[in-house]
Design a protein around this ligand. Structure first.
Ligand SMILES: [Zn+2]
Length: 307
């Protein structure tokens, strides 16, 4: 080039070069930006797909958990129902065992209880002349009106008699036992004496014939308070002893066998018979007399007479 080449040509060349470089940079930048944009778009797509996949997985997991829960709850309910059924069956078996045990214990008690103890004996009902209670115990002297007589009483019923007299005493009411067990022969002798003294007609009105007396059972007693001079008559029902007995004797298992205006015997306010708490209580509550009940009804109380 000539040293004097026009300066403006050189500067134009330089300018064009700069423009070219700048244009190339712009193109590169454009290409690079486009590439990045497409990479971002691809990345966004990938992330979208991954998110969708995760969402689907999560949904599937939730469904599985829900299904598993439902299955477990159903299984648990089923088990609970089974346990309930088993408990019900067990309860039924236990109640059956209880019933059998109850029946066995009732039968045992019945086999050990004198069947005569709750039979009706009076003018109408006859007690075997050979009958003697299997268990008799002497009543302690403290309870006897006269220490001259040795009184016997049915062994199992004696604690009830003693408790009744003790409780009466605690309430300020003194009661003694004047007569208790009498054998067939004793009753026969007694009746014979009465007939001699009062004549047969009069004696029959207040003294049972042998075999018809509750005293032969060993569970009947003639009670007497002090102050009557040892005599037993209708005036007994005007005593504190009678008032207390009428209000309380049933609690100890005693009933008044021959109450006022009964149709089977003379009135004997002093004569009390042990029939067991349950029967005495029912008689008291229902206002009934022992001899008014049907024997079959009375028999249902035999097993529980000493309860
Ligand atoms: Zn009597």
């Amino acid at each position: 080039m000539k040293p004097d080449a026009p300066r403006h040509l050189r500067s134009r060349l330089g300018y064009g070069l700069i423009c070219l470089v700048f244009g190339a940079a712009l193109v590169y930048q454009f290409v690079r930006t486009s590439q990045m944009a497409s990479e971002i778009a691809a990345l966004t797509d990938t992330m979208g797909a991954a998110t969708a996949e995760l969402t689907a997985d999560l949904h599937s997991l939730r469904t599985t958990v829900t299904q598993t829960n439902t299955t477990l709850i159903a299984a648990l309910n089923n088990q609970q129902q089974n346990v309930g059924n088993i408990q019900q069956q067990l309860g039924s078996v236990q109640s059956q065992v209880g019933n059998v045990t109850g029946t066995v214990s009732t039968l045992q008690k019945l086999s050990q209880t004198d069947p005569e103890l709750l039979k009706k004996y009076s003018k109408v009902y006859f007690l075997n002349e050979n009958y003697v209670p299997a268990r008799l115990t002497e009543i302690p002297n403290a309870y006897e009106y006269s220490s001259k007589k040795q009184l016997l009483y049915q062994t199992d019923a004696l604690p009830y008699l003693e408790k009744m007299i003790n409780d009466a005493s605690s309430s300020g009411v003194t009661i003694y036992v004047d007569s208790a067990y009498r054998s067939f022969d004793e009753q026969k002798a007694l009746k014979g004496d009465y007939k001699m003294t009062y004549g047969a007609g009069t004696a029959n009105s207040f003294s049972a014939d042998q075999g018809y007396s509750e005293h032969q059972l060993g569970t009947a007693v003639d009670l007497i308070p002090p102050g009557l001079g040892g005599a037993l008559d209708d005036s007994f029902d005007g005593t504190k002893a009678y008032t207390w007995l009428a209000a309380n004797a049933y609690k100890y298992g005693f009933e008044l066998s021959y109450p006022k205006d009964n149709s089977y015997y003379v009135y004997e306010p002093w004569h009390w018979r042990f029939v067991g708490k349950k029967l005495a209580n029912d008689l008291h509550n229902q206002g009934k007399n022992f001899y008014d009940l049907d024997q079959r009804v009375i028999d249902t109380y035999l097993a529980s007479i000493f309860d």
